[in-house]
Design a protein around this ligand. Structure first.
Ligand code: SF4
Ligand code: SF4
Length: 179
């Protein structure tokens, strides 16, 4: 496999600075609305604020990969004496919870770092976090070339997991006849 240069984009989360204001959820859902900025709904955001004010827990989590099955075990973290919920730091769009699923279609949501044309200077959630809890960083790395699943394939994969291959194929065939 040949090596290619890849830009790695990272958003560092400083939990001590986050106050749970949810501006990141608002702007992310608005930026990804169709048309852009026409609505906002945190349930459609690709960053979710896991918050429990009584325990002083505020954890912004980015939507990562879709997974068709729950983990067999769960992680539980205690950091500086503070206990975080099971799955609290997990980025997966997973059947065990509602986070990171488009509420109408159930399709998985994934952070795309606000890809835009022309490109944004920084991801929108970083720009809108007035407490500087989200810090954007970029670096280049040499990695092996990979074959990537595009969004359509990931979306179709999740529909197949949910409804079965035959049903999805029948639906596509019916849609093709109509178009
Ligand atoms: S980087 Fe963009 S897509 Fe990702 S969570 Fe932030 S606003 Fe949403
Ligand atoms: S905008 Fe910043 S401070 Fe507000 S919830 Fe999001 S990460 Fe936390």
């Amino acid at each position: 496999m040949s090596k290619v240069k890849k830009k790695i984009k990272t958003i560092k989360v400083d939990l001590d600075k986050c106050n749970g204001c949810r501006a990141c959820e608002m702007i992310c859902s608005a930026f990804h609305a169709t048309p852009k900025y026409s609505s906002n709904n945190p349930a459609r955001s690709r960053i979710r604020m896991i918050r429990d004010p009584i325990r002083d827990v505020y954890v912004p989590v980015y939507a990562g990969e879709y997974t068709p099955a729950e983990c067999m075990g769960r992680d539980k973290y205690v950091i500086d004496g503070k206990e975080y919920d099971e799955c609290g730091f997990c980025r997966a769009s997973c059947p065990s919870r509602d986070a990171f699923k488009e509420p109408d279609s159930g399709l998985p949501l994934k952070c795309d770092m606000c890809e835009d044309d022309p490109p944004q200077e920084k991801p929108l959630c970083v720009q809108w976090c007035l407490n500087d809890a989200l810090i954007y960083e970029e670096r280049e790395e040499e990695v092996e070339e990979e074959v990537k699943l595009d969004d359509v394939e990931v979306g179709l994969g999740s529909m197949v997991d949910k409804y079965g291959l035959q049903k999805v194929m029948d639906t596509v065939a019916r849609m093709a006849q109509k178009s």
